[in-house]
Ligand binder design. Structure first.
Ligand code: SAM
Length: 251
């Protein structure tokens, strides 16, 4: 399934209200807590570079691995000093460098829907981290998905030249811990009044805490922190996004 292709053209506008600075401040506080000397960061699913922008500003050097060439081109066009976005799949990439920290933000791990791709990704991250390296990521949390149930959402946005309406409709596949989110994005040119519609399906997997603990143990990591992303609350049925910190414990 190809996604983040046409969608990438409107990505930054669609998420212009997302508070990337607050998210990066939260993650940086965790880096300071778990690996205070860290500098070299590997970012998985680095998208258009919105997190990397703040990490680099804070003095980190970030290498991104991102599957969508369109997103990488967008990130590169921003010329973020200290950020090197590369095209690659997070389940099979290889970089000739060891990192202090591996990060993956905004549910990128939930895009890995198969056990095999998850195991391969964790193993790759393990190989790319220095000893005692730290792996941080957020995921969709199964108890919240079952409790709240994905609902149809409508988002309206605009800039000087276009108006956008995004419809997100979801179908769950409980037996596989999957939710298929179908995005219809209608883009209207304000000058010509001409509209186009793009459609993309994003297949997302949700996880329980024991599932991540088992995956971590199997690939040489130990889970050292689990909490609600940003608030630091205990994960609950109300917590869609749960943040994990794993420490590498095997060479
Ligand atoms: C929701 S976006 C998040 C992007 C960025 N982290 C952010 O917060 O803006 C998910 C990103 O993960 C990327 N992605 C999904 N699966 C991937 C894979 N197997 N390998 C590399 N990148 C992947 C997508 O192309 C997309 O850019």
């Amino acid at each position: 399934m190809v996604n983040f292709q046409q969608y990438s053209k409107y990505y930054d506008l669609l998420y212009k209200d997302k508070n990337y600075k607050e998210e990066c401040d939260y993650v940086i506080s965790k880096i300071k807590q778990f690996d205070p000397k860290a500098i070299q960061v590997l970012e998985l699913g680095s998208g258009s570079g919105s997190h990397a922008h703040y990490f680099c500003k804070a003095g980190f050097e970030v290498t991104g691995v991102e599957r969508s060439p369109e997103m990488v081109a967008l990130a590169k066009s921003k010329n973020i000093e200290g950020f090197n976005p590369t095209i690659g799949d997070i389940s099979s990439f290889e970089i000739s460098q060891q990192f202090d920290i591996a990060l993956s933000l905004f549910h990128v791990m939930s895009y890995l829907t198969e056990n095999e791709s998850l195991i391969n990704c964790f193993k790759r991250v393990h190989q790319q981290l220095k000893s005692d390296g730290v792996f941080m990521f957020d995921i969709w949390y199964s108890p919240a998905v079952y409790h709240q149930k994905p609902e149809t959402r409508i988002k309206r946005l605009e800039n000087d030249t276009i108006e956008i309406i995004r419809l997100a409709e979801s179908k769950t596949e409980s037996a596989k811990n999957l939710v298929a989110v179908n995005f219809d994005v209608i883009i209207k040119d304000k000058k010509t009044q001409i509209s186009e519609t793009i459609t993309e399906e994003h297949l997302m997997r949700h996880f329980s805490i024991p599932e991540i603990k088992m995956l971590a143990a199997f690939t040489g990591f130990e889970v050292v922190l689990t909490e609600e992303f940003l608030t630091e609350n205990t994960a609950s049925e109300e917590t869609w996004g749960v943040f994990f910190i794993l420490k590498k414990y095997r060479k």
